[in-house]
Design a protein around this ligand. Sequence first.
Ligand code: ATP
Ligand code: GNG
Length: 207
Amino acid sequence: MSTGSFIAVEGPIGAGKTTLSTMLSQKLNIPLLKEIVEENPFLGKFYDNIEEWSFQLEMFFLCNRYKQLEDTTTKYIQHGRQVISDYHIYKNLIFAQRTLSGVKWEKYRQIYHILTGDLPKPDLIIYIRADLQTLLKRIKMRGRSFEQNMDTAYLEQLIIDYDHAMASLAESEPDTKIITIDGNQIDFVTHREQFDLIVSEVKEYMK
Ligand SMILES: Nc1ncnc2c1ncn2[C@@H]1O[C@H](COP(=O)(O)OP(=O)(O)OP(=O)(O)O)[C@@H](O)[C@H]1O
Ligand SMILES: Nc1nc(=O)c2ncn([C@H]3C[C@H](O)[C@@H](CO)O3)c2[nH]1
């Protein structure tokens, strides 16, 4: 596998992962793996009642991502082909450790490690950091109905959890390069030159 074969874009809800990974995929002509959102049967129920639906939702995300990454291995990674995804499998733990507790968390944690132990890890993570105001603004602008009454404390906690998770990944997977983008300041959607800077940085790493 060449350096930078597998790129993952990460960040809290509404940070711009899908937007940036789609733009990079088009610009660099790399296939894109996208999260399943609209077809997720538990997401709406989850936001109405987190306690009731969290286990089903976390398992759904985990199984979907497992399947996608398994396919990615055979289709792209084993053949040294580049691929970009709008998530890192580790995000399952970031969310699940907040939404699950007790026996359910323990069961989930064990299943997570069994399923993901041999999945491919990205060579490069692009981490979009953004503060609460920026995320709320983008979630509102995107307008998915089930996200409009999201508890701000949940989102605020996720922002902190993401910072911890990225620091932990940097330590546990030192071979993975992490590029951190300040999503409050850098607007790669409306300022083309800011997107071009990200592209240069990614290309530099992929050499
Ligand atoms: N840098 C940016 N500047 C302005 N608007 C942006 C920027 N990035 C994303 N957006 C807008 O914010 C909204 C959320 O972006 P996007 O769907 O890419 O986020 P996401 O991180 O993939 O979200 P989720 O975690 O829900 O999957 C979209 O409407 C998108 O057009
Ligand atoms: N609980 C929970 N666990 C996950 O693994 C997870 N991944 C994404 N999401 C939520 C965020 C957006 O609303 C929407 C689209 O990303 O789905 C998740 N929620």
